[in-house]
Write a new protein. Structure first.
Length: 154
């Protein structure tokens, strides 16, 4: 995997976007003490390099009545990529990783209610070839749900 070298201004820019991606280039330029055109150019470069993949909003789905579930999948050798690809097609799955360790695939999902969760578990997961076993955990509260990374000490 290719890594991207960031300078201090890139790090501060990403931190500012992580705090509030709705800020205008001009507002960010004031914080960074650079011209607004430079902010736009840097954002474009970071998008083209794949560092910035999406601008989105963070929604507290529990406020909408959803339940959040973490799935840990142990999969048959050589099946992790295919299983992840299958799972990625479901709208209720919002995070998905292929890992080393006890579980080869981890998925986070939201369900409207316990019935939808049970149907997904009993009908969908049992149809995916290569899942040896899985464990589920239903979130009882959310402590941190930022999804970002701290790049600067400021």
């Amino acid at each position: 995997m290719e890594t991207i070298d960031l300078d201090a201004t890139d790090e501060k820019l990403l931190s500012a976007l992580n705090d509030d991606a709705r800020r205008s280039d001009e507002e960010i330029a004031d914080v960074l003490d650079v011209p607004s055109e430079e902010v736009g150019d840097r954002i474009e470069r970071l998008q083209e390099s794949g560092v910035i993949t999406k601008f989105t909003s963070m929604i507290d789905t529990s406020k909408l009545g959803y339940i959040s579930v973490a799935f840990g999948f142990s999969v048959e050798p050589g099946k992790a990529d295919g299983i992840a690809e299958s799972l990625s097609g479901y709208d209720n799955i919002y995070k998905l990783w292929i890992l080393s360790g006890r579980h080869n695939v981890i998925a986070h999902a939201n369900f409207e209610d316990i019935t939808e969760f049970q149907e997904f578990s009993s009908e969908v997961l049992h149809e995916i070839n290569g899942i040896a076993s899985y464990e589920t955990s239903i979130a009882t509260s959310s402590v941190i749900n930022e999804g970002g990374v701290v790049l600067t000490d400021e």
